[in-house]
Write a protein that binds this ligand. Sequence first.
Ligand SMILES: NC(=O)c1ccc[n+]([C@@H]2O[C@H](COP(=O)([O-])OP(=O)(O)OC[C@H]3O[C@@H](n4cnc5c(N)ncnc54)[C@H](OP(=O)(O)O)[C@@H]3O)[C@@H](O)[C@H]2O)c1
Length: 275
Amino acid sequence: MDSSQHPDALEFPSQHKTALNPYLPSRKVSGSSDDKPFITLTYAASLDSRIAAAPGQRTLLSGAESKAMTHFLRSQHDAILVGAGTAAADDPGLNCRLRGAGGYGGRELEMQPRPIVVDPRGRWAFTQSSRLFSLVKERRGRAPFIVAAVDCLSTRKRDILSAHGGKCIIVPKSSRDDDAVRMAWRDIFRALKSEGIKSVMVEGGGDVINTLLDPADRMLIDSVIVTIAPTWLGQEGVAISPRRDGGDNELRLNNVMWLTLGQDAVLCGHPKKES
Ligand SMILES: NC(=O)c1ccc[n+]([C@@H]2O[C@H](COP(=O)([O-])OP(=O)(O)OC[C@H]3O[C@@H](n4cnc5c(N)ncnc54)[C@H](OP(=O)(O)O)[C@@H]3O)[C@@H](O)[C@H]2O)c1
């Protein structure tokens, strides 16, 4: 079968691609002297700012049109990043199913982003048959890079990772938080840049998004794209509601654009940089 006819291949209209362009990493990024990649923060939330109905529960929020947008956004970034909680809960594929991407009509692995899983202590219990590795075997996605704070992978997991072309990147624990195994976002992004990754789409979940939006780290974000689904998930859900620093620094977006995709609203903006 011609891989462009794969039943999972998705289309995204060109007028929406053009509208999203100002919020995407540009080609100029390749020559950037910045020590971090271009960072796009993107997620789908309910009307009460929940991204899942309960912790660790995979929850379908976005409609078909905004799902296709997510795959277009993936095609525009070198890497997609999720936390260990999402990897453990969702068994995610983390590939790009846009028609024309590698495995869906494109050559080799073109437009396929590198999955990054932030898993400081090896909590993600992947196996050969995890969805992500099945897609790698079918040549429809790349193997993951796992960002850990210590060399914590079992021999079995290390073998699976290296057999598929993935690897583990060690980023030292940050000194900012002594209670948990935390790595500083700046250090994580710097490590990814030194791997040649120039743009990262951060997809979730709740802990990743809330900590990246923390006053101490939000200046690392270059662009925000949030899909808002017309539903409420309730108080048990995983909320996006970052810490405020109590000062005057308002967390706000500039250059805002709203798109309607099917039943969903998509909000795009650039974080207001503090002076
Ligand atoms: N609607 C959406 O767009 C969307 C997208 C993605 C996920 N989700 C949902 O979100 C839920 C998962 O969210 P979650 O908050 O439980 O998990 P998460 O944010 O995916 O992962 C959190 C974990 O990742 C590790 N981590 C993240 N940042 C770190 C850092 N800077 N340093 C060290 N470790 C770090 C920690 O692992 P340890 O705990 O091992 O220390 C942390 O507990 C799932 O229900 C999933 O379906 C929704």
